[in-house]
Design a binder for this molecule. Structure first.
Ligand SMILES: NC(=O)c1ccc[n+]([C@@H]2O[C@H](COP(=O)([O-])OP(=O)(O)OC[C@H]3O[C@@H](n4cnc5c(N)ncnc54)[C@H](O)[C@@H]3O)[C@@H](O)[C@H]2O)c1
Length: 381
């Protein structure tokens, strides 16, 4: 039996929805592959960008038909009025995730019975201001039986799925977790990342993925154990000065309000193991360097370059073979975004929230963790 065509809309015509040459994300291209959808609207105040995107889509011989009736809009309320069945919210977090009129999109779509896929981070508000709003969103989703998914894509990475399986097989007791996210900043930067009012800063905006994966792989964190250190632009001796920022992205931001260059945080998990996170803004070029690893008694699992088209799960184990040798599981062209979106569309069609690996409620806990990292230790924000 053929499936009904889903009417969908996008909020934000930027990279997360429509890609950019140097990044692996681009939700529209995955949804095109999944098929069975019609795009009825794209909302973006930057109409030059949305117009460019739509023209390119309409010219596609394979997928142009999905956009034939698509309208370009500048306010999400216009899309709400068109009653899509599904909305993808990918505007910067400073324009959503808030009870303020005009920024409470998630709630309005959920209350209208429209399924929501929303990007991380959920907000830029301090948790005490965001929490009541997050509860209202979750309640509206439950009341209207709609599916909500938050863009923590690493939960759908084949290497992470394998890690979870191996950890469970080994007895589940993680002793140490270590995530490193080294951001490359001298090419291809997005100006809003430098503005904490719009992005929340690098821990809330970027390292959030690794705070989330720490929770997903190991479990909840004892927030009272957190301690964080940062290198900032305003630090004595000029250690935090960056000389290759493009597009004058920081010129209008006072030195003491600039985003941290290096953040190192550590904590204890509720289960007793220890975790560390290091984020830095130092590398040249546009290729991020990302690794996270987990150690259990007699087992080490390292996921290397999970953003890359080839990523490696390097395993050192007591089980089978030589315990001094690494065993590599190589994931070529594993598309975590496709798996994430395919799962979401299946969940929508079956009205089954339980298929989703990152609910709004769960993502809220990751959001709280990122704020706790900023609030503990020598953070001087
Ligand atoms: N999950 C992931 O892997 C991943 C990857 C990249 C970005 N993201 C997230 O996606 C979001 C957007 O990031 P991006 O890289 O696409 O940024 P971007 O700057 O490329 O695009 C953002 C777009 O949103 C538009 N916009 C601004 N205000 C708006 C509003 N009120 N309504 C509608 N559109 C508005 C901008 O004009 C711009 O075109 C962020 O939350 C980011 O963290 C997630």
């Amino acid at each position: 039996m053929s499936q009904a065509t889903l009417k969908i809309g996008f909020i934000g015509a930027g990279a997360i929805h429509f890609g950019r040459p140097e990044v692996p994300w681009d939700h529209a291209s995955r949804l095109e592959k999944i098929g069975g959808m019609e795009v009825i609207g794209i909302v973006d105040p930057d109409t030059r960008r949305s117009d460019e995107v739509l023209k390119e889509k309409l010219a596609s011989p394979d997928y142009g038909h999905m956009y034939t009736h698509c309208r370009l809009l500048t306010d999400y309320r216009e899309l709400l009025g068109m009653k899509p069945e599904v909305v993808f919210i990918g505007s910067p977090p400073g324009y959503r995730g808030s009870p303020k009129d005009g920024a409470n999109l998630e709630l309005e779509f959920a209350r209208a019975g429209i399924h929501v896929f929303v990007e991380k981070p959920l907000s830029v508000l301090p948790p005490e201001e965001f929490s009541p709003y997050a509860c209202s969103v979750t309640e509206a989703c439950r009341a209207n039986n709609i599916v909500v998914s938050v863009g923590y894509k690493f939960r759908y990475h084949a290497g992470v799925l394998k890690m979870k399986e191996m950890i469970a097989h080994h007895g589940g007791k993680v002793m140490a977790f270590n995530a490193r996210y080294y951001f490359a900043y001298t090419e291809g930067i997005n100006k809003y990342w430098f503005n904490t009012a719009i992005s929340g800063g690098p821990i809330i905006e970027q390292a959030t993925h690794f705070c989330d994966i720490a929770r997903y792989i190991v479990g909840e964190i004892d927030m009272t154990s957190l301690h964080t250190l940062m290198v900032k632009d305003s630090d004595k001796g000029g250690v935090g000065k960056l000389n290759h920022i493009l597009n004058n992205a920081e010129d209008d931001i006072p030195s003491d309000k600039r985003i941290p260059r290096v953040t190192i945080s550590h904590w204890r998990f509720e289960d007793g193991g220890l975790g560390t996170l290091m984020h830095s803004l130092t590398l040249p070029g546009s290729r991020y360097q990302v690794t996270f690893e987990v150690q259990l008694d007699g087992l080490q699992l390292s996921l290397i370059d999970p953003y890359g088209s080839t990523s490696i799960l390097r395993v050192r184990s007591l089980e089978g073979g030589n315990p001094n040798q690494d065993q590599d599981f190589v994931f070529e062209n594993d598309d975590m975004y496709l798996r994430e979106l395919d799962t979401f569309i299946k969940a929508v069609r079956q009205r089954k929230q339980s298929l989703i690996k990152s609910s709004y409620e769960d993502a809220k806990k990751t959001y709280d963790l990122t704020w706790a990292i900023l609030g503990q230790g020598e953070t001087r924000i």
